[in-house]
Structures are given as C-alpha cells and as structure tokens.
Design a protein around this ligand. Structure first.
Ligand SMILES: [Fe+2]
Ligand SMILES: [Fe+2]
Length: 335
C-alpha cells in the first residue's frame, strides 16, 4: 500500500521514477541523505546535488531566482526522504509558509511510515524515543493549528492495516483526550501508548492478524493475547515502567461489563485512559475497510456502538467523541 504518497510527494514524473518535492521543505544547512534532481521543462531530471551534502540558504535563493520551486527525488529514495521529513518534522510543521493541509498530510504520512517500521522491528531501541518524538511533534502541531483536526480527517487512511490503525487511534485518541482536558504531560504519555496500543500483534501469527474474514474461535483466542504481548514487549524489551502507558496497551479491550480481555476488568477498575482508547479503537476498526468488509460510515459506526455496546463503553466519553467527530467534521464533509 502506498498511503498518501501522492499527496505529499507531489506529482510523479512521467517516467514514474521521480517524485517532486517543494524546495520549501528543505531545511537550511541540514544534510540531505539522498540525491536531488532538477527538471527543466519536460526534460528528464538531471542530478542537481549528490547525497550527503547540506542545502544552504544560497542554494535556495538561487533556485528561486531561476523560478525553480521544485526538486525531484528518485523513487528508490522514498524511505530516506520520509526519514528526512521525520528528522525535521517539528521545523517543517511549524513553517507557516507551507499550507496547514499539506503539513497535516506530511505529519500523517511520516507517522504512518515510522509506525510501520517500528512495528516491523519492535526490538529496536528507537521504539520509545521515536514514538515520543512523533507524539510530541503532533501535540505541538495540534495546539498551534486550530484547523489541524479537520485537516487530519481529510488525510486519514480508511484502509485497515495495523500501522495505519495504530496511527489513527494514536492521533484521534489525543484529540479526544484534549477535549476531555487531560493534562499536557498525560497527553504525551497517552498518545505514545495509543500509537503503540496494538504492538503485541507482532507476536500473533500474521496469518491470523491479516486473516481476510471473521476469525474462528481458536484464531480469536490467539488474537486476544495481543494486549498481554504488548505489555510484555514494552516492559521486558524496553524496560517501560510508565503505568499509564502500560495500562492502555494492556487494557484497551476491557469492557465495563467485565466481558473484555485480558484481565476481565469491570466498571471503575478500568481507567479513563483505557476507556478513551477502547472507544477510538472500536470506531477506527469499524470505519476502515478490509478486504472482506466495507467501511462503516461514521454515523453507522456510532449507531452500532450506541445500540450494541452502550453498557460496555463509557457513555460520557462516547458522547464527547461523537460530538468531536460530528461537529467539527461538518464544514468539510456534510455527509
Ligand atoms: Fe487491540
Ligand atoms: Fe487496535
């Protein structure tokens, strides 16, 4: 899947081997770890700058003098390009010269790619610092950009993959937690946990995780182990001790009725953090498309959650989530 690549990469060159990058995204004096190409009129792109060299202010001014606003990157370097964006994400997102929708798109795409890599290698020592950086940057962005929420709704991926689901739950949990007035330091910890809430799925057989249909009872029993696996990965492999974060990872499938898993917690035994992520988690699972099922509309997802899950989910939080998703979505998506 190539999630949102086209939006942030700009137009693909006709040869399909290059994608365009606005020069405004390049950070002055910072090393660029991939070759940059220039394209004059309809000609094939030519090498402008070999990798491992920084871009200087002079370079940008000269390009602008020549009326050049775009450079090109070979599609083989897409990964390095996204890593470059991730490294400089905070600066890029605070650049008011880049439209807020574009910045939101970059944030979503970079986060999605990063989480994909993190889930592919959950032992990496970068796991926690990288997710902390992503969530800190996201929080900074949403606190400074009043339209970030609406912009985010426009770029969210509605095809279900564990990494896109993780990002959707991570981002929308943070928006909801902000509405509920979580403290700022709680938002950071909670956001990281939401981003990593399904990390335990990497220990479940991929055939089950990606099974194109309803799981058999036996398969579901395997799948139900992912919150405990996630807890183990974070405590044993990463030495995580933060109780809020561990609670979200372990308890996002608990239900107020006591019918959830893995600990069958009930009522007040379930923290507000786990309650928030449970709601966002279910909503995203319903409103995304899989090979064997269509996506529910937001309206139908909320209706199902209200009709069938009202005793399982915290109703106060649920109402706030419905309000958040419906009121703010209206100007952009009247449906
Ligand atoms: Fe889960
Ligand atoms: Fe989930």
């Amino acid at each position: 899947m190539e999630e949102h690549l086209n939006e942030i990469d700009g137009e693909m060159h006709s040869s399909k081997n290059f994608f365009s990058v606005p020069i405004s995204l390049f950070q002055i004096d910072k090393i660029v770890d991939f070759d940059l190409y220039l394209r004059i009129k309809d000609k094939e792109p030519v090498l402008y700058r070999a990798k491992s060299l920084p871009i200087y202010e002079n370079d940008i001014s000269r390009l602008k003098e020549r009326g050049i606003e775009t450079l090109y990157v070979h599609s083989d370097n897409k990964r390095e390009y996204k890593r470059y964006l991730e490294t400089h994400l905070k600066n890029i997102l605070s650049d008011k010269n880049v439209p807020v929708q574009k910045r939101t798109d970059i944030l979503y795409t970079v986060t999605t790619q990063a989480v994909k890599e993190m889930l592919e290698d959950t032992r990496s020592g970068e796991l926690l610092p990288r997710s902390r950086n992503l969530v800190e940057t996201t929080l900074d962005f949403i606190f400074h950009e009043p339209t970030a929420f609406q912009c985010m709704l426009k770029v969210t991926n509605f095809d279900y993959y564990t990494h896109t689901h993780s990002v959707n739950v991570g981002i929308f949990s943070v928006f909801l937690a902000k509405e509920i007035n979580f403290l700022e330091e709680e938002l950071l910890r909670f956001g990281m946990a939401s981003l990593l809430h399904d990390i335990g799925k990497c220990r479940v057989d991929p055939k089950i995780v990606n099974f194109p249909g309803k799981l058999s009872e036996e398969q579901f029993e395997q799948m139900k182990k992912h919150p405990e696996y996630g807890y183990e990965i974070l405590t044993q492999e990463h030495g995580l001790k933060d109780t809020l974060q561990l609670d979200v990872v372990r308890h996002h499938h608990e239900k107020l009725t006591g019918n959830g898993y893995p600990d069958k917690l009930r009522g007040n035994e379930i923290s507000i953090y786990a309650r928030v992520s449970a709601i966002v988690d279910i909503f995203d699972a319903l409103t995304t498309r899989r090979s064997y099922k269509n996506a529910f509309s937001s309206f139908d997802a909320f209706k199902l959650m209200k009709d069938k899950m009202s005793d399982e989910l915290d109703q106060e939080i649920f109402k706030k989530f419905v309000l958040l998703m419906s009121v703010k979505k209206q100007p952009f998506s009247p449906s």
